[in-house]
Design a protein around this ligand. Structure first.
Ligand code: NAG
Ligand code: NAG
Ligand code: NAG
Ligand code: NAG
Ligand code: NAG
Ligand code: NAG
Length: 652
């Protein structure tokens, strides 16, 4: 190096430290967030430049890791991860070693730290146990080419969705005009046969996405299905899920390289398809704004003391007198929802009770009723029950004799609604001497959990304000426990992968049903069948497992990678607590100052965790999460069924 160049390098090195010294109020021109302010769709590199403009902050790392590691103390499946049982062995990881690694790693930016923690928790493949930093998850990448796996002439292959023009135009002209502007013709890719993605076999690429980005489901086959696009109900409307190949969380990829043969062509070509990034957060004008609105802790980030009169006043507005257990995943792709174009929606008239998350129809054969149960998370807990009742009543009046339940992309919801649907469809007589429609359950009896329960009892708290209170549960003879019942005394322990796991005594859920369950099943239970794509999480997985374990209901799975065994259920923890929930339990029990308690989060985010186990009805030593249960039938999607529920039901 010449002396001159050497001096220049030294000068550059000196200059490069200047921004760090000047820190926060960067000049607007140098603030990459200004460039994208007020825009819904921006190129990925611009979104990333804004997100990576916030330097790594050691105080925030220590705060987040403190919260995360102390919440992991409550995580029911921690010890299984040291050696995840087959066929779920690909999730094996040492959680504490990962936390120690993240504690020691050098990160340049706040985004790098949060993405590492996000990726590690996502790759646990437990949708109940994940870190969601709002600062880094406010954008989502979208490819104008949803990728699907379809069977054509008896052969399964990967395609750009044949109807991608109909889906992508739903995103509006703000999305499509970007591609017009750069003269990229995405429309002509519709229906193209995909030979390679990023230089590898497209199914191998789907597996790569399933292993690194999809998360949520313990089973690899189920995750491969979430890599592809499929229909669903989002909220209360029909929708098309983009799939994780085409709708990844982070704007870290500018393009996706596809080797494909367009429709009506015989020649393979390689196309770099640009991603465009969707901003989903609160509008901002510059980096400081972006931080304040998305990244800094908000009033509802941390938990509350449910004994406070203002909180109690809110709680008393609930229709039920207790806190309701929830088990559901967070599907990143729910954020950018693409409506299912009307031409693919069912043409049959909807049956009564179809206004909410369930859509029901009678097929033209007049004997098959279909209930598409989009989720167990309605706005109204009671309405779900009256909807089921209204639908079944109409089915019976119409002489329907067999039932098809579609659970495609059902992300779960209220634990009790899964139990309700199961019991309503099969009748209370079929529950026999075991009158509770749920699974045996426990939570982890770590030292702080034992203190919380003891404190709740001493304070006289009940299920109105605390999930730990004993009256949330029943004894195994199905009599409700009392709120003064210490179900962790004595705790129970067993060895998992060489670790001593300490859990509560076994209990059952207590469900406040507002609709009476029939004694006799409305249909012969052998005439009930389930269809889905394995993306059936939490309460959905508990429902399908109950139907399988107790009634041997026929279950058919659609899609996935040809030849890869795929479970019919995704993840089956019994109850999730958000960070807000577990922090509220701690505060309500007056234990926020306990040395074992996590601090308040300084950033806006959620570290949720699986708080309860559901034990298999067939093997009461094994959580259903780790019980392999395969579908009875396996079918490929076709160009007629991947986006058209009615066609799929008719086929089924
Ligand atoms: C790091 O974050 C803390 C907490 O928000 C804040 O007080 C501190 O100023 C930040 N440090 C730097 C160097 O920005
Ligand atoms: C991270 O490492 C530091 C230094 O070794 C230690 O003091 C701190 O407790 C660790 N943080 C967490 C959350 O484990
Ligand atoms: C392919 O060819 C058929 C028959 O000529 C035509 O109807 C169809 O529109 C073509 N599709 C595309 C995408 O060019
Ligand atoms: C009560 O509920 C309202 C509406 O959900 C919310 O905005 C408010 O913060 C709540 N108050 C308390 C004290 O939790
Ligand atoms: C459907 O609901 C309407 C309005 O509640 C009711 O009048 C009708 O009888 C119901 N139909 C059947 C078949 O139950
Ligand atoms: C149910 O079991 C509990 C605990 O063993 C017992 O105290 C209770 O009396 C039983 N209830 C009934 C109705 O048998």
């Amino acid at each position: 190096m010449s002396p001159f160049l050497g001096r220049l390098a030294a000068l550059a090195a000196a200059l490069s430290t200047v921004p760090a010294i000047l820190a926060a109020p960067a000049a607007a021109a140098a603030d990459p967030c200004v460039k994208i302010a007020g825009k819904t769709f921006v190129p990925p590199a611009d979104a990333l430049a804004c997100m990576t403009s916030f330097p790594f902050n050691e105080t925030l790392r220590q705060n987040v890791l403190d919260v995360v590691s102390r919440v992991f103390d409550f995580y029911t499946f921690e010890d299984y991860y040291l050696k995840s049982p087959a066929p779920f062995q690909d999730s094996t990881t040492n959680i504490r070693a990962q936390l120690a690694r993240i504690n020691q790693t050098h990160y340049a930016t706040d985004f790098d730290f949060n993405k590492d923690l996000y990726d590690f928790t996502t790759q646990l493949n437990d949708g109940h146990t994940r870190w969601f930093p709002d600062c880094s998850t406010s954008f989502q990448n979208i490819l104008p080419a949803p990728i699907v796996t379809l069977e054509e002439n008896g052969q399964q292959s990967v395609f750009v969705a044949p109807d991608s023009v109909a889906f992508i135009t739903q995103l509006g002209t703000e999305f499509t005009s970007f591609f017009d502007g750069i003269k990229f013709d995405w429309q002509r890719l519709a229906g193209a046969r995909v030979l390679e993605i990023e230089g590898v076999d497209p199914y191998a690429y789907a597996v790569r996405i399933a292993e690194t980005q999809s998360g949520n489901y313990l089973d690899l086959g189920v995750r491969v299905n979430s890599a592809f696009s499929s229909y669903r109900i989002s909220g209360t409307t029909f929708s098309q899920r983009l799939g994780d190949i085409s709708g990844p969380q982070f704007p870290t990829q500018d393009t996706l390289t596809l080797k494909l043969i367009p429709v009506n062509s015989t020649r393979a070509e390689t196309v770099k398809v640009p991603f465009l990034t969707n901003y989903l957060g609160v509008p901002f004008t510059n980096g400081a704004d972006f931080w304040a609105l998305n990244c800094a802790a908000k009033p509802d980030t941390n938990g509350v003391d449910n004994k406070d009169s203002a909180v109690l006043a809110n709680l008393s507005k609930r229709r039920t007198t207790r806190k309701l257990a929830r088990a559901s995943i967070v599907d990143v792709s729910a954020k950018t929802a693409i409506g299912l174009p009307s031409e693919f929606q069912p043409t049959l008239p909807a049956v009564n009770g179809s206004e909410g998350v369930i859509k029901s129809f009678i097929l033209p054969d007049k004997k098959t009723g279909v209930m598409f149960v989009g989720s167990f998370e309605p706005d109204d807990f009671d309405q779900f029950q009256t909807d089921v009742q209204a639908t079944i009543t109409q089915f019976q009046e119409a002489g329907v004799s067999q039932l098809l339940v579609d659970l495609t992309n059902n992300g779960g919801g209220f634990v009790c609604l899964g139990q309700f649907l199961h019991a309503f469809l099969t009748g209370t007589k079929s529950l026999g001497s075991f009158q509770n429609p749920g699974f045996q359950s426990t939570n982890r009896a770590n030292p702080l959990a034992q203190k919380i329960l003891a404190s709740d009892i001493a304070l006289g708290l009940d299920s109105n304000v605390a999930f730990y209170a004993g009256d949330n549960w029943a004894f195994l003879n199905n009599t409700q426990r009392s709120s003064s019942d210490n179900y962790m005394s004595p705790p129970s322990s067993r060895v998992i992968n060489g670790q001593t796991f300490v859990e509560s005594q076994r209990f059952l859920d207590v469900c406040p049903f507002s609709v009476d369950l029939p004694e006799d099943p409305p249909f012969d239970p052998s005439k009930i069948a389930i269809v889905g794509n394995g993306n059936c999480a939490s309460t959905c997985a508990m429902f399908s497992t109950l139907m399988n374990e107790r009634h041997n209901t026929k279950i058919a799975l659609f899609g996935g990678k040809p030849g890869l065994a795929t479970q019919f259920k995704g993840m089956a923890g019994n109850q999730v607590l958000e960070w807000f929930d577990i922090d509220s339990e701690i505060k309500t029990a007056n234990l926020k100052d306990d040395p074992l308690a996590p601090p308040d989060l300084l950033v806006s985010g959620d570290f949720r965790h699986n708080w309860r186990i559901a034990y298999s009805f067939l093997d009461e030593t094994l959580p259903i999460e780790y019980r392999s249960e395969l579908p009875h039938f396996r079918f490929a999607y076709t160009a007629d069924t991947y986006n058209n529920p009615q066609n799929l039901w008719t086929f089924a």
